[in-house]
Design a protein around this ligand. Structure first.
Ligand code: G3H
Length: 536
């Protein structure tokens, strides 16, 4: 019952009650934990608490609203630590940088329960998924270390081609700005931050718009683990802080996971576009295409998880379902039974999958999408769908959806499942081809010929085609990217090491004198770059 979703404090297990009013004034610049005495930004939880006077939205605390001045200080620190590539960090051996990262990881692991609890309170992610986000991030860091060792081993040899001998190694790019999204404020931010650091770049990190306080328990770990200026952590409004960083022209890398509009606005502020490498994970409107011969059980299971895990707030979520008209009725009937069986509640409650939404105004936006769809002929087909209570919105399954509706093209990023009936698969193909986005899609069918044909049709349209499975980012060792407005660059454990670095070649004519010089350099240990050493 969504009317009783929010509880009084006595009904919340003690271990999940967050510390009262966490006033964060610290921010990290140049290895110093500085204290901010200016205005603060209030951090509201999506969770309301029942009080005598009624429901009250929980205030979790506040974070510093830094200004352009502090963000430029962070930039100066990162620029100085990089020191045009001559700084301690960019010239450090791979093995030593790995030691720093490992030190950070072990300190980070000590903060698991604090971070997990804040994930639940700040963004409403359920306990299981919050734990998964934390653990997956630790695994990602471990895999990154492994990936770098492997890369280092492969780069330790010399190659001879057409009379030229050379050694190729990866070196850092410079100063990186890393910003992550609110739906994976830990995992996706660290999936760029850690590779950027381990490859020798210096970093300015600005936490996501929600899921900010959960970085606080890690601030000290960052400070204690890295040399001054290597990692700088700032807070505040994007326009005031990040805009100035970009406009300075001193950033070499822009790693941003968020909206297409946000990335566009920021990227164009950089005065030297060719000197800026961008790694972007942006909007998506991933469709599922369910063919007449699909295994209905599989399609329903995957479409439920694909469209409604974390209330549909995943960039990889299935955001529109195309159902062949011969099976749409059966699918709808069984799908809505499953939707209505999903448990709504607070994140720590057993078996809960539907939880309150963190974005202010989100419920109004979702209502607007539903109303607009209604005006163009669709209805909510699940009983109780679209009902809301403050920040909570029960999933609305909309049918039949058509191209006149906003929800047909807009990324709802929330618990609305639009279902489009089709007779000719060309309708679904046209949707994908004409979409502004091109992240992933799912095909549900049991016929190898059909699947084979559609794989070929879609292989130049999206970054990943899922067969009889929902869309997703993982496993993190697989490439994660997108076409059109969905992404720039590819991320995965090994790709991230590449995108935050550049291959540098040291070459010489393959003759006796060069061989002698190179041999001497290597055997006398006269260069950190030209060496055959590698780490195990
Ligand atoms: O928000 C977008 C994430 O990259 C999705 O990751 O598929 O593991 O939920 P996921």
């Amino acid at each position: 019952m969504i009317e009783s979703i929010f509880k009084s404090e006595e009904d919340i297990p003690k271990e999940y009650i967050p510390t009262k009013n966490i006033i964060q004034k610290e921010y990290l610049i140049n290895g110093e934990m500085r204290i901010w005495d200016g205005p603060l930004n209030e951090v509201m939880s999506p969770i309301f608490v029942k009080e005598k006077e009624g429901l009250k939205q929980r205030v979790l605390g506040s974070t510093p609203l830094l200004t352009e001045k502090e963000s430029m200080q962070a930039l100066d620190a990162a620029v100085a630590a990089y020191d045009m590539g001559h700084g301690y960090w960019p010239t450090l051996s791979v093995g030593s940088r790995i030691e720093y990262i490992e030190r950070f990881l072990s300190k980070m692991k000590e903060k698991r329960s604090k971070v997990v609890n804040l994930l639940m309170w700040e963004i409403g992610k359920n306990l299981k998924d919050s734990e998964k986000e934390f653990d997956r991030t630790c695994d990602y860091i471990e895999d990154t270390v492994k990936g770098l060792k492997e890369l280092d081993r492969r780069s330790s040899g010399f190659e001879v081609e057409q009379g030229v001998i050379g050694q190729i190694r990866r070196v850092p790019l410079g100063v990186a700005l890393c910003m992550g999204p609110y739906n994976y404020p830990l995992n996706e931010t660290f999936s760029t931050l850690i590779p950027a650091l381990i490859m020798g770049n210096t970093v300015i990190f600005k936490p996501a718009k929600f899921g900010v306080l959960l970085i606080k328990p890690l601030l000290q770990a960052f400070q204690e683990s890295f040399p001054a200026g290597v990692i700088n952590i700032i807070y505040g409004r994007g326009r005031a802080t990040v805009g100035a960083l970009m406009a300075s022209g001193k950033l070499d890398v822009f790693a941003f996971i968020g909206t297409n509009k946000g990335a566009n606005d920021l990227k164009k502020l950089h005065p030297k576009p060719h000197r800026l490498r961008s790694i972007l994970g942006l909007d998506a409107k991933n469709p599922a295409i369910v063919l007449p011969d699909a295994d209905m059980d599989v399609a329903i299971d995957e479409c439920i998880a694909g469209s409604l895990s974390f209330n549909g707030q995943r960039c990889t979520a299935l955001k529109i379902l195309f159902l062949h008209s011969s099976i749409v009725e059966e699918f709808n009937q069984r799908f809505i039974e499953r939707v209505n069986a999903l448990k709504a509640g607070l994140p720590w409650e057993d078996g809960v999958s539907l939880t309150p939404l963190p974005e202010p105004g989100k419920v109004d936006y979702l209502n607007d999408l539903v109303e607009d769809a209604g005006e163009h002929g669709a209805a909510i087909i699940n009983e109780g769908g679209g009902a809301s209570n403050e920040t909570f919105f029960f999933p609305a399954v909309l049918y039949p959806v058509n191209e006149k509706m906003k929800v047909y093209t807009e990324e709802q990023f929330g618990p609305i499942v639009p279902i489009v009936p089709y007779d000719d698969e060309q309708e679904a193909i046209d949707y994908v081809v004409n979409s502004n986005f091109g992240q992933q899609l799912s095909i549900f069918s049991n016929d190898s010929k059909t699947i084979g044909r559609l794989v070929d049709v879609f292989s130049n349209q999206v970054g990943r085609i899922n067969i009889n499975a929902q869309c997703q980012r993982g496993p993190d060792t697989f490439p994660f990217n997108g076409r059109k407005d969905s992404a720039e660059g590819t991320l995965s454990v090994s790709d991230a090491l590449r995108v935050f670095s550049i291959r540098i070649l040291v070459a010489a004519k393959y003759n006796d004198s060069s061989k002698q010089i190179i041999n001497d350099i290597v055997s006398n240990g006269e260069s950190a770059f030209l060496t055959r050493d590698y780490i195990f």
